[in-house]
Ligand binder design. Structure first.
Ligand SMILES: *Cc1c(COP(=O)(O)O)cnc(C)c1O
Length: 360
């Protein structure tokens, strides 16, 4: 039986991509070497890297003013690289506090300067995106940092805050990267760990406006400067070749599907079907404010923690894994990233209806 994996990350990959990687693992394009054995400076890997970058540019419609970088250390490394590069001495940066990952980013930034929290939903357990019209930006912020999708609380920005002249907006998009069409021109930089929506863990995809990178602090260690990754094409040192290879296959798959507009349509269908069920049920309950619901991580509660434990157990027996909510908040979380097929969501909905009938 096919298992549908609803885990928040590392998460499901498209089956076609897994099969392709398996096929090429021991013999990459007739080289009789596996892709992991090939030099990162050889023609085969250079082509993989170039194609991955081109795919990302095509999918996200990036202009020449943006650079695509692959940086090790996941999204968490970016939490410190951002202030290191962009916080001037004695400076201030604006941060929206919309969840656990925002709070982690804020904690790191405070090592390098003053953080002004423009808005926070912490008091209501991060059940919503803090209302943008109540935000209090600082006079002279070096940048604004937001988390576009809050993986643990299950909230997401449906519109982004307006851009203030001279204040680049930087977004952690780890859990909704390339799940929908965005206008990159609203952002100075977007980044994310790849393991949620793009494939393998360990690498962060960073898309950064070149003039912003050029303005960064210049007295940083080489490996921590964005300009190094731009100038050296993410190859100052040996890049994570396997992760980049997987990203290439996944972005090939996304292009073959028809691009981000088509993928967004499918993601809307999947999440709407789940929320529709939550809304009409008295048994399942969404703790998220309706205007802030995430299309990637659908979080919900059952009448008791005991029933939630039984739900997770029985779902697993029925071929649906990874549904336990984050350990910090409990409940149930269905992560339905790009690679989760509609059939997986339909199977979950059928199971939920049966479970309610048996336990409601
Ligand atoms: C998972 C996640 C992170 C952390 O990613 P790592 O690659 O493990 O560092 C950061 N931000 C968000 C929104 C996430 O979902």
């Amino acid at each position: 039986m096919k298992v549908y994996n609803f885990s928040a990350g590392p998460a499901m990959l498209p089956e076609e991509v897994m099969l392709k990687a398996q096929e090429e693992f021991c013999d990459y394009h007739g080289t009789r070497c596996g892709i992991m054995e090939l030099s990162h400076r050889g023609p085969e890997f250079m082509e993989v890297l170039a194609t991955a970058k081109q795919n990302i540019c095509d999918l996200m419609k990036l202009g020449d003013d943006y650079a695509v970088c692959f940086i090790q250390g996941g999204a968490s490394m970016q939490f410190c690289m951002i202030p290191m590069n962009f916080m001037p001495a004695g400076g201030v940066a604006d941060y929206a506090d919309s969840g656990t990952w925002s709070a982690n980013a804020i904690k790191e930034a405070r090592r390098f300067g003053t953080v002004n929290i423009v808005g926070s939903s912490k008091e209501t357990n991060y059940d919503r995106i803090p209302l943008v019209r109540h935000w209090k930006p600082s006079e002279n912020a070096a940048y604004l940092h937001i988390t576009s999708n809050n993986t643990i609380a299950g909230t997401q920005y449906h519109t982004f805050p307006p851009v203030k002249e001279g204040v680049p907006m930087i977004a952690d998009m780890s859990s909704d990267f390339m799940s929908r069409v965005i206008d990159i021109n609203e952002f100075g930089m977007v980044y994310g760990g790849a393991q949620k929506n793009l494939g393998p863990s360990g690498v962060a995809l960073v898309i950064i406006r070149k003039d912003l990178a050029a303005r960064a602090n210049s007295d940083l260690p080489t490996m921590l400067r964005y300009s190094t990754y731009i100038e050296k094409d993410s190859m100052f040192n040996t890049p994570p070749t396997f992760a980049i290879y997987m990203l290439k296959l996944i972005t090939d798959w996304m292009k073959a599907k028809g691009g981000l507009a088509v993928i967004e349509e499918i993601n809307n269908t999947k999440s709407e079907a789940l929320y529709e069920l939550l809304d009409r049920s008295d048994f399942y309950r969404s703790p998220v404010s309706p205007g802030s619901r995430s299309k990637m991580n659908v979080v919900f509660r059952l009448p008791s923690e005991e029933l939630e434990a039984t739900f997770v157990k029985e779902a697993t027996q029925n071929g649906m894994t990874g549904l336990k909510g984050h350990r910090s908040v409990g409940g149930i979380r269905a992560s339905i990233y790009n690679a989760m097929p509609i059939a997986g969501v339909e199977a979950l909905i059928d199971f939920m209806i049966q479970f309610e009938k048996a336990n409601g």
